[in-house]
Design a protein around this ligand. Sequence first.
Ligand code: ADP
Ligand code: ZN
Length: 311
Amino acid sequence: QYVVGIDLGGTKIAAALFDSKGEILGRERMETANARTAQEVVQRMIDMIRSVSEGYPLSGVGLASPGAVNSKEGIVLHGTNLPEWENVPLKKWMGEALGVDVQVVNDANAAAWGEYVRGAGKQSENMVYVTFSTGIGAGIVLDGKLLLGTTSFAGELGHNIIEPHGPECICGNKGCWEMYASGTAIRDSAVELMRGRTSAIAELAAARGEAVSAKHVFEASRQGDPVAAEVVERAVSYMAIGLANAVHTFNPDRIVIGGGVSKAGDMLFPVLRAQTEKHIMKPYLGTYDIVPADLRDDVGLIGAAALFHRA
Ligand code: ADP
Ligand code: ZN
């Protein structure tokens, strides 16, 4: 069974052909910058799929899309980072053109499913996947099934409110988890705590001609910088609150952490585990582990293709 997985991003589209074992047989990649309408992008995706699967009998196409997706009908309702994407019937358009089944899921859900089937979630039954990136994305697998919910919006943990009087989020609410624990929040917190103090955070960024980001915070913390240590402690305490909420809500056996911030590795995971445990109710202690994601940049397309395996 040959399946194409597609990761539809705001700036690029990546596609790969998979065999039934999940091995990648070929890849295609293209920029979306100069394709204006959804129809244009869809036509290009159809061309990519034909080209990458040439000579193979194709049985399905799995698509990971940013933004709000109706997975039951395969419609992208509103594509964040995809201007003019409103109610785009991907399953219908692409299915008719290609004559195969097309499955569409939100990119965080695709990533969760990818980690569950092929990555750090293997051998787990109940898994929570969280990506700490520019924002926070999440996806939930319960009893071996990807949790979609009534309108397939399940898993927006980044917009759980953790501080009712906190700063305003793009979603319109105040104090969402991603306002405190995303890479962007870590950067903002660093800028705030560096005011009037010297810190290796700013020095590291300046030396490389880069704008200060969460990456520099963790690097400076590794070097023993006290401001960075403060920023990390604050960020991790907020990350832990959200993970503890997820433990109490879903009772997972595994929490898989992805996204750019997870690259902090041993500067992050031991403290994150310890801080999360502080908020965990007794019956849940020792029932889950917190591990880094496995799949990196390919997670979206791997997860999208894997929708056809153990769905
Ligand atoms: P995107 O949100 O575009 O998917 P990423 O998942 O790469 O991007 O997340 C970007 C965030 O990850 C930024 O806040 C960046 O500073 C942070 N980041 C990247 N590398 C590291 C690192 N080694 N350690 C900690 N944070 C990192
Ligand atoms: Zn929000």
